[in-house]
Design a protein around this ligand. Sequence first.
Ligand code: NAD
Length: 374
Amino acid sequence: MNVSVPKEVASGERRVALVPEVVERLMQNGIQVTIADGAGEGAHHSNAAYEEAGATIGDGFSGDVIAKVAPPSAEEIGRLEQGSVLVGFLQPLTASDTVRALAERGVTSLAMEAIPRITRAQSMDALSSQATVAGYRAALLAAQELPRFFPMLTTAAGTIRPAKVLVLGAGVAGLQAIATARRLGAVVHAFDVRSAVKEQIESLGARFLELDMGLEDAEAAGGYARQLTDEEQQRQRELLAEEIGKMDAVISTAAVPGRRAPLLVTEQAVKNMSPGSVIVDLAAETGGNCELTEAGQTVVKEDVTIVGPLNLPATMPDHASSLYARNVQALLDLMVKEGELTLDFEDEVIAGACITRDGQIVHEGARNAAGVTA
Ligand code: NAD
């Protein structure tokens, strides 16, 4: 079996699907690896490092399996051979044009984000590994943009009080943002609509923000949050606006799979913040948690700096790629038997991750999103 890794083409994408350390382990399992010229450059891995690990430098689209990070462009899909297997983030619930094109091309595609989040597949969970990077970077961005200290300082010139940080959404990224902001010395509050996370928030030394939303629990299938009703959302925004006014920084990470990010921070909430405060909106990519966020921009509104980063994991490409490559390796391990590519579609993980196969869109969510009936 041969795995090929193209050079990522999306703007700002510096990650690479396999790193030399993982190539070495794949080779030991009898998998041949071909890396496109310069594919690892953005993540600081030279061609020479890959060759030393046993890879060949060549065509990134020639293998039985093509491993990528970002969804393929139309041009990249054109280079995929019929019957080849593509592994990568594919945004199956939102990038319907890509999904249709992959089906038409006859490519078997496996989306990293569709791998079921079951215990057995934890090592393949790229949503989590990349969200960890994003949460960490988001806290650093908040600290960087804030014209005040995060930690409490006792100096000869007097005492500085610690910054108050509010993290909205305590999934994987939110929990990492909490941990990082805590390490920097901030007093951290956090809120999530899933009550199960209260304990996790507190175990990281943060305080769970109690909002009187009259909400039992908003946990839905797979441990994800359900979409709140319009009334619930309205109530949440009103209650949050007051709390946000007491904070120096807000890091928002709230998301509901396949939907626009919930709007949590209103213009009024921004107005309530003291001058110089900061909002880092990790949900910028899916519409933003803050009403005033501009995706991909840092803007100052009401004297509050609002950062709307896109693809934060790509800004820390070395470790982001290392973690991602290990996720890909774990998936490849499941796809190969005695050195041969063997896709077992009875396997819950393979079946769950598979988006297109034999010219069809086989993933239910992707099919619905693309408006295709079974
Ligand atoms: P996500 O990125 O889908 O959402 C981020 C957070 O936003 C979630 O915690 C969600 O509850 C929260 N949220 C949604 N609407 C909100 C609102 N209106 N207000 C406040 N918060 C809101 O989540 P994620 O980080 O991908 O994690 C989702 C779940 O999956 C978690 O329960 C996590 O523990 C679980 N998980 C399981 C595994 C596993 O078992 N393999 C691995 C990783 C994550």
